[in-house]
Design a protein around this ligand. Structure first.
Ligand code: ASN
Ligand code: ZN
Length: 312
């Protein structure tokens, strides 16, 4: 009666029907998907220890666990199909998620080895596992860790955060917002790549997320503003894809498919642990040159996008 793969079902945090891979295991079923890399596995951390999420039939009842599991599968598939990347380390590393972490915890995180999701307090956030872009953001920190390894402070840290948002917005592709599905307090989202200034961030003195290098945060909070100054690079990535006029500089967008390839190539070939925004500009121009040629619309878009956010 060896463990074997099954297709299972459940409803997510917000009641939508989900289908995913699980495993028949010791007379029950558990959230272990053995079909992707070395596995995608989701645990229940209610007691402070990771335990298997078990079900007596193929219909799983824990919405946060179901969403975390499905979102990890979707993120795995995104990196595999878009870049040929096999999990966060490109060597199949098991994707581990823990749900119900902490007590009404209003956050989610990547600790270098696994995702953790809080249930939110119901006032500010709903269970954070319900956000596909939230899960993709956390797993993308794993990809950054295994590629450029951008150090999590100051400008390199802001680039680390921005990469997590860019891939989050590429996996959850229908908008340029991060966290829109899990806000309980009526606010738009955690971040907007399209227009960072619409998000009120209590950590910045201005209350706004900067959309230009001249507006960057230079204080010590948030590891030197890693979730604040990320918006400068987020806006640049948005402009590369969608185009627009920003502080009087016009950008002709080249679409999401070119944009994700440019940023992934910059991350995996050119950026290093200590890269800053200026090096990001150079890395993206070089990646676009490699992929599309020096006279391409893509190189032009990247150049104009970084001009528009004041990064030279
Ligand atoms: N959710 C946050 C993030 O991924 C957690 C943190 O502040 N490190 O960036
Ligand atoms: Zn992050």
């Amino acid at each position: 009666n060896a463990a074997h793969d099954v297709t299972a079902f459940g409803k997510g945090v917000f009641g939508d029907k989900r289908k995913f891979e699980a495993q028949a295991y010791e007379g029950k079923f558990r959230l272990f998907d053995a079909t992707r890399g070395d596995g995608v596995v989701t645990y229940d951390n209610t007691t402070g220890t990771n335990v298997d999420v078990l079900s007596i039939n193929k219909m799983f009842k824990d919405g946060a666990a179901v969403d975390a599991h499905v979102n990890a599968e979707k993120t795995y598939d995104y990196f595999k199909e878009t870049f040929g990347r096999d999990s966060v380390d490109d060597n199949g590393q098991q994707l581990i998620s823990a749900v119900h972490v902490g007590e009404n915890w209003n956050n989610a995180s990547w600790n270098g080895r696994q995702m953790s999701y809080g249930d939110g307090d119901g006032e500010r956030f709903y269970p954070l596992a319900g956000g596909l872009d939230v899960g993709a953001h956390e797993m993308s920190h794993g990809v950054v860790q295994h590629t450029a390894g951008l150090i999590y402070r100051n400008e390199s840290g802001a680039l680390n955060e921005s990469y997590a948002d860019i891939f989050g917005a590429m996996v959850d592709r229908d908008d340029w917002l991060i966290g829109e599905d899990i806000m309980a307090d009526g606010s738009i989202a955690l971040r907007s790549l399209e227009d960072p200034s619409v998000i009120v961030d209590e950590r910045t003195e201005s209350g706004y997320s900067p959309d230009h290098w001249s507006k960057r945060y230079i204080g010590n909070l948030d590891n030197g503003g890693v979730h604040i100054n990320s918006s400068i690079n987020n806006k640049a990535a948005y402009l590369v894809s969608e185009g627009g006029e920003h502080y009087g500089i016009a950008v002709s967008g080249v679409g999401r498919e070119a944009t994700e390839q440019i940023y992934y190539r910059a991350l995996s070939f050119y950026l290093t642990r200590n890269s800053d925004f200026s090096m990001m500009r150079q890395a993206a121009i070089q990646a676009a040159t490699d992929l599309y040629g020096s006279n391409s619309a893509e190189v032009q878009a990247v150049t104009q996008a970084y001009n528009a956010v004041g990064v030279y």
